[in-house]
Write a new protein. Structure first.
Length: 314
C-alpha cells in the first residue's frame, strides 16, 4: 500500500497551505509561549521603541542612568494611556476592565517560566545541580519573589529535606495554588509579601531567582538590606542571576552572548536596570553592608544563569 503522507516538497508547493517551523509551532501548541509572545509584541516592543527617548530625557548629561522605573522606556510607552507614566510593576498590578483581578501578574508569572527554559542549559537543571542543597540538612528556603512557585516545586520534588515558603504579591496565589502538586503541599506554602518591605519570616536560605536584575541598584540594595537581620543568625542569601561577563571577557557561546545582550537591554527598557557582572555584584554588596561577601559562584558551561551565594565575611 502506497504511503499517502504528503512530502515536504508537495506541501511547500501547495498554495493554500502553510507549514510551521519548529519555532512557530511552540506558541501554536503551548499556551505559555503564547503569553510570552504577547508580552514581547505588546509590551517589550513599545518599551524598546521608547528606550532612546527615556535615556535622553532622564539620563542625558548625568554620570549614571536614571534609577527610577517610572522613567524607563516602558513607562514612556504609556500603554494604559494614563495622565502620568507608570512603572512596569504598577502596570502589572493595575486592574483591567473585563479581566480578572491580577490578570497581568499571572501572565507575567507564565512569561518567567518560559524565560527559565531559554538557555542551552535549562535553569531548572542549574537549580538542582549547581548548588549542594543536601548539605543544608533539614532547612527552610524562603523563595522571595517566587511567583507561582515553579522553582520551589521543582526543588521540593528533588530534595525531601527542604521546606519552601514562596513569597510574592497576593494576586499570584491563585496561580500558585494551581501549580503545587498535592503530594508536596505540606512542604511548599505561599505567603503574601512585598520584598521592598522588611523581611519577617525566618529561614535558613533566602532565594532570589531572577529578581534583583529587575531593579536598579538603589532598590536592589534595599531588598538585600531587608534580609540582613536574618544573616546575623547564620542564614545565607542565594541569588540565581544571569551573570554578565567583564567588558574584556569573551563569551564562549555566541548564542549565549546574544541572549545576555538582549536580556541586558530588556532590563534597561523595562526597569532602568541591568544584568550585572560579578564586579557589579561586589559593588552592590558594598553599598548594602561592608560585611557582605560573595561566598560561592557556580560555573555551569552554557548556562545563562548561575548561583551566587552571599553571606557575612569570615
Amino acid at each position: 500500500m502506497a504511503d499517502k503522507t504528503p512530502s515536504l516538497t508537495s506541501l511547500a508547493d501547495a498554495s493554500d497551505m502553510v507549514c510551521h517551523t519548529s519555532i512557530s509551532a511552540l506558541p501554536a501548541k503551548n499556551r505559555m509561549y503564547q503569553t510570552w509572545l504577547r508580552h514581547m509584541l505588546k509590551e517589550a516592543w513599545p518599551a524598546a521603541l521608547h528606550l532612546t527617548e527615556s535615556v535622553e530625557r532622564f539620563s542625558s548629561g548625568k554620570e549614571s542612568l536614571s534609577e527610577d522605573p517610572a522613567e524607563s522606556g516602558f513607562a514612556l510607552a504609556n500603554l494604559d494611556k494614563l495622565d502620568k507614566p507608570q512603572s512596569f510593576w504598577d502596570y502589572l498590578n493595575r486592574d483591567v476592565e473585563g479581566k480578572p483581578k491580577g490578570w497581568r501578574t499571572m501572565n507575567f508569572a507564565e512569561c518567567m517560566q518560559v524565560a527559565a527554559s531559554a538557555s542551552a542549559v535549562k535553569t531548572d537543571d542549574v537549580l538542582k545541580s549547581a548548588y549542594d542543597w543536601a548539605k543544608l540538612g533539614e532547612a527552610t528556603v524562603i523563595d522571595i519573589g517566587g511567583s507561582s512557585g515553579h522553582d520551589s516545586v521543582h526543588l521540593a520534588q528533588s530534595f525531601s529535606n527542604l521546606r519552601f515558603v514562596v513569597q510574592d504579591l497576593a494576586e499570584v496565589q491563585a496561580s500558585f495554588d494551581r501549580q503545587v502538586p498535592e503530594d508536596i503541599k505540606g512542604r511548599v506554602t505561599f505567603e503574601a509579601h512585598n520584598f521592598l518591605s522588611p523581611q519577617e519570616t525566618k529561614g535558613d536560605v533566602y532565594l532570589l531567582k531572577s529578581v534583583l536584575h529587575d531593579w536598579p541598584d538603589k532598590y536592589a540594595a534595599k531588598i538585600l538590606r531587608n534580609l540582613l537581620p536574618h544573616l546575623q543568625s547564620g542564614a545565607r542569601i542565594l541569588l540565581v542571576e544571569a551573570i554578565a561577563p567583564p567588558d574584556t571577557a569573551a563569551i564562549p557561546f555566541a548564542t549565549l552572548g546574544r541572549m545576555m545582550n538582549a536580556a541586558d537591554l530588556h532590563m534597561l527598557q523595562f526597569f532602568n536596570s541591568q544584568e550585572r557582572s560579578l564586579q557589579d555584584w561586589t559593588r552592590l554588596l558594598a553599598k548594602v553592608d561592608e560585611r557582605l561577601a560573595i561566598k560561592y559562584v557556580s560555573e555551569v558551561p552554557g548556562a545563562m544563569h548561575q548561583f551566587v551565594e552571599i553571606g557575612f565575611k569570615g
